[in-house]
Design a protein around this ligand. Sequence first.
Ligand code: ADP
Ligand code: MG
Length: 453
Amino acid sequence: MNEHQSKKAQNIWQAVLGKIEMRIPKASFETWLKDTSGVAFDEENSTINVKVNSSFTAQYLQERMAGIIERELNNVSEKRIQVNYLQGSEIVQNSKLDTTITPIKNDNKNIFPLNPKYTFDSFVVGDTNQLAFAGAKAVSDSPGTAFNPIVFYSGVGLGKTHLLHAIGHSLRNQGKNALYITSEEFTNQYISSIKHQTTESFRLNFRNVDALLIDDLQFLIGKEQTQEGFFHTFNELHLQNKQIVVALDRPLSKLDVLQARITSRLSGGLTADIQKPSYETRMAILQSKASTLEVQFPNNIYEIMAKKTSSNIRQLEGILNRVAAWSQFNGNKATSNELLNFISNDIDFISQSSKTFTSEEVIKTVAEHFSVTQDQIKGKQRRTNFLIPRQITMYILREETSMSLSAIGKVLGNRDHSTVLHGCLKISELMLSDDKIKKQIFEIKDTLLEVNS
Ligand code: ADP
Ligand code: MG
């Protein structure tokens, strides 16, 4: 391309933009046209190449604004000019000419890219996320039929987004059109489609997908109009047996602030919660991430990280990344003590370390859950009615606080550390074999979290 061609392209396109700017709403102009530029003009074939930021923009301009763009181009030049939209150095295919490619497919990849790291392979399965994992796998294997919708819920940093992306990768690898979108982005697009009277194309965009993966649905709380839009999108897809995957930060039962009909739709499939990972899973996650980072630390380093960071996998990754970076910076020669010293001076790590619950809170919550008194939990009686709640208290204190075994023994009627260890192990075993106990422990932890938030 010579300089003349590019100058001419700039001038023509500037003139076109100037005209269009006066004729369409400001928001539309800013969204779709402001950042476009003419880059090359081909006299012979009367084509102009216009650079756009995303193929979605190209799509939009081709489909929704072709008329006005053509008109203004005709006004600034004597000849009929054809427009090619360029993203990077590639011409974006005109979807109207190429009907074999569903337009949304390319768009989604650009606007809502999936994190390449969030795959099923890199997801460590433990007892608190295995249902979610199995559900995600099932949905990837038979979208629209296995569980529809599938809803994942958990606190922050426990792998919901990771699973949504993993499903997205898997479906796209099978040639399916999986759209990942945050509820925030969904809201923006919906509102903007209303503003620009393009709700029809909004609907079309979503109707063309094989799977809709929508993240952080709690964002729709209080947004009545967008809930309306979501409800209809949901129904349309669901009727066509298209897979719907939802991530939420709270159980459906706590979602009464959303329209009841949405909650009721959501509960029609599989709801899978992800709880905080157990100590063992945290260790496994650390080891898996360390091997991805190609670093290796002595076991006690993982242990301290896993012990102190129980509630959030993102934080667990954070401390591991910082230690890895620091260690590499020091030529990977740091001793175990130096590493420990680094960790114990890490501000984020200290402030995140789980000290959220006090022993009083835990004892009180467990007592209330089992309808026994706090004295009965601390007392000497070994009846199962008291023994199990007592051991569960030990277990939760061990998991959720940074108390030592002897400190736990002390607040539980002055027991020694080996009794506490025995209790913790007993409950760890029961967690694996006894679903009822497991469920109770999750409920107690939920109550503790609520009380604390
Ligand atoms: P959420 O969406 O629930 O807030 P994310 O999916 O963003 O959580 O997860 C936070 C971080 O923790 C991500 O980097 C993710 O890869 C990682 N992570 C979460 N769960 C797992 C897991 N089971 N195995 C490996 N990494 C995980
Ligand atoms: Mg998330």
